[in-house]
Design a protein around this ligand. Sequence first.
Ligand code: CA
Length: 231
Amino acid sequence: MAKILVVEDEESIGEVIEFNLVSAGHVVTRVNNAEYAKYLWDNGDKDFEVAILDIMLPGMNGISLCEYIRLQNDSIGIIMLSAKSQEQDKVVSLSVGADDYLTKPFGVRELLARVSALLRRIKKSEKQQSSDDILVSGPFSLDLKSRILSKNGKEIDLTSVEFSIMELFFKNEGVALTREKILEGVWGENYFGDIKIVDVNIRRLRIKIEEDASAPQFIITVWGYGYRWSV
Ligand code: CA
């Protein structure tokens, strides 16, 4: 159960979203414009865990609202809703702090899955912030609190997905992990995306952490299976 803000000016879409979120056990506040959402926010109603914001709204748009909310709250999960013709808006909304986006028309199951995945990630990062664990594996150390990976004491910049993959590897040293297992561990079990996203991220990680990405020493390919963290 989570407290969710929905800002959508198309009544029929807003209703479907609200109905399904409430059916899934969430508490929903639904408004049809950004100004009113901002008014609620400014007047104390800001303990939402997730906000679902349509981009095209009358008056203030969803991107400006996303930016406004994100400046005041680091931990809220924000999902943007966009039309197919607004590809550029997706990029902009991610850059002002959205976590995810859905292109209309989308299925209800997909929306619910994205909300669940987002909630799981938020809970996970809250748990991590409250512990000050540092995981060490070979020349690497992973600071779960500050979310920094170091190799021989030197910091390596990672995206949050790359960091989560490293965490999974550190906790499964020497264990061969299937791509599915990595996908599930990092993106959540209801992720609808392509399994290739695992390989793309592994390739990027190797470039960042290996001496020679074409002859990896740490992230070993297990042919026909997946990957193994080896130190
Ligand atoms: Ca709209």
